[in-house]
Design a binder for this molecule. Structure first.
Ligand code: GDD
Ligand code: MG
Length: 360
């Protein structure tokens, strides 16, 4: 039985105000927390036991998943009182592993939606007798990620987390946030202190001559860290572009929970998800958006590439584009929410207002 560690302790700063009450990996994408999609894919790949490295709002995970009875995978929680960073979190979670020193341990960042062949990566790790195997993906603009150039045999040459100058952009290959580690390598990370796996552990391993290989995957990959990416990820699941056992067989232009009420004259398209108890009024258009449970969207409103959180009430004739509306917010009739606008939990926006992009 293979064990895994899932890193879900980040603050989700770029998704505020949605992450004030809910940790990023627990926000529903196409109706299920990202963590649940990841657990189901891990299970499919033969992983039987997962340690969740939690910190920020740790209790939310345990309340939802308990010990994994419903997920069909044993779930264990390693809670950090103070966030230990990605490397520190991996080391802290390793205290709960049961496997031997030479066994593989799969590690996942908790906010990526992928079609990565997890079992395939374990196989590549085994074949190469590697200390660490990393999944890599190619992106147009790698600046927000960890750059990982490799040689022609797949050996990792360097690890550059979030480059800041143009000269540092030496490759379009980035760390896709899924690794296979030899257990003993994890045990060598210092315990109980903050460590960044990207900025400290990987460079140190390369310096010490460890075998670190990169495996480029051309399949679906998306980091859900920003509001636009989050809405896109949900839409991609609904449309069937992103694979998840939880939505397979249910893909289409939109997904509407059976308890939602949608006017026959409303248009839902481009992967829109509508959650339980939501109401969509006459002639409203909801495009590539995520509508959480119990939201009300008034007639003639147009919602595009946006996230509307639980219980929010959108008036009539409202135009919302690339915006985030937190739970229980109220948006007055005929308001315009421009790209980048964010409305806080319970906040009321007066009718006919214009809300501009939110600046932190
Ligand atoms: N337990 C715990 N403790 N988890 C943490 C902590 C911590 O202190 N800090 C971050 N995490 C978790 C987050 O919840 C997330 O699931 C994951 O670690 C990665 O953190 P992000 O904050 O999302 O990092 P990023 O997206 O900027 O960059 C990382 O992911 C990229 C791919 O999506 C890096 O690993 C990059 O190298 C990589 O390219
Ligand atoms: Mg991320």
């Amino acid at each position: 039985m293979i064990e895994a560690i899932l890193l879900v302790g980040g603050q989700g700063t770029r998704l505020r105000p949605l992450t004030i009450s809910t940790p990023k990996p627990m926000l529903p994408v196409a109706g299920f927390p990202c963590t649940e999609h990841q657990i189901s894919r891990a299970k499919e790949a033969g992983i039987g036991r997962i340690i969740l490295g939690t910190s920020y709002r740790a209790e939310v995970f345990e309340e939802y998943f308990d010990h994994g009875q419903d997920a069909g995978v044993e779930l264990v929680y390693a809670v950090e009182d103070e966030p230990l960073g990605t490397g520190g979190a991996i080391r802290n979670a390793a205290n709960h592993l049961t496997c031997g020193p030479d066994d593989p341990v799969v590690i996942f960042n908790g906010d990526v939606l992928t079609g990565l062949d997890i079992a395939g990566l374990i196989e590549k790790w085994r074949e190469a007798e590697a200390d660490v195997a990393l999944y890599l993906t190619r992106v147009e603009d790698p600046r927000a990620y960890g750059l990982v150039p490799t040689d022609e045999t797949g050996r990792v040459l360097e690890f550059r987390e979030k480059p800041t100058t143009p000269e540092e952009i030496v490759t379009d290959q980035i760390n896709a946030g899924c690794y296979v580690f030899r257990r003993s390598v994890i045990d060598s990370i210092p315990d109980g202190v903050p460590v960044s796996v990207e900025r400290e552990t990987f460079p140190a391993l390369l310096n010490s001559g460890a075998t670190v290989i990169g495996v480029v995957d051309e399949g679906y990959w998306l980091d859900l860290g920003t509001p636009l990416a989050f809405a896109q990820g949900s839409a991609d699941l609904v449309l069937g572009n992103a694979p998840s056992p939880l939505v397979a067989g249910n893909v289409g232009d939109s997904f509407v929970d059976s308890s939602a009420q949608v006017s026959p004259t409303a248009i839902l398209r481009n992967g829109t998800y509508v959650g339980p108890g939501a109401t969509i009024g006459d002639s409203a258009i909801v495009d590539a958006s995520v509508i959480f449970p119990d939201v009300v969207i008034g007639e003639n409103s147009i919602v595009t590439k946006s996230i509307v959180s639980a219980g929010a009430v959108i008036g009539t004739g409202v135009v919302i584009t690339e915006a985030v509306i937190a739970e229980l917010a109220i948006i007055g009739d005929r308001s315009i929410l421009e790209s980048g606008a964010r409305v806080f939990p319970g906040e009321s926006v007066e009718p006919a207002s214009t809300v501009k992009a939110w600046v932190d």
